[in-house]
Design a protein. Structure first.
Length: 131
């Protein structure tokens, strides 16, 4: 009979490490969220919109919380630092450009996402109007 104790110990070690790392990631996300919330960060608000719309289906697949964060930061930087009133049409152009580049999508793939991106552009414009 083979000695399975080393294998069991290895599996338990991996499980413990996974739990510890996941807990740290959750704590890091919570700290980051609190920082953004206190600063009124537009990227956070946009990221939350992206998560709820989940255009690419990443959140539904269990991908980490910040999956859309880079895109949210790019859009927040472009839209909210422009120094002018941006309407949903302009925001949609920015959103399409960022989305196409970030996810390397062609025209047909972008067409499949058109309705969701239009909704996001409208929602982002509402954030700016409240600002």
């Amino acid at each position: 009979m083979p000695n399975i104790y080393p294998f069991i110990i290895l599996i338990l070690g991996i499980l413990i490490l996974t739990v510890v790392l996941r807990h740290r990631r959750i704590q890091d996300r919570q700290r980051l969220y609190q920082k953004w919330k206190q600063e009124g960060d537009y990227a956070l608000q946009i990221n939350l919109l992206f998560q709820s719309e989940d255009v690419e289906g990443f959140i539904a697949q269990g991908v980490p919380w910040g999956e859309y964060l880079t895109e949210a930061e790019d859009i927040a930087e472009t839209v909210f630092t422009a120094g002018k009133q941006n309407d949903a049409h302009y925001i949609l152009k920015v959103l399409i450009q960022v989305w196409r580049q970030s996810f390397e999508l062609d025209s047909d793939q972008m067409a499949l996402r058109a309705v969701a991106l239009q909704k996001l552009a409208k929602d982002i414009a509402e954030i700016e109007q409240r600002a």
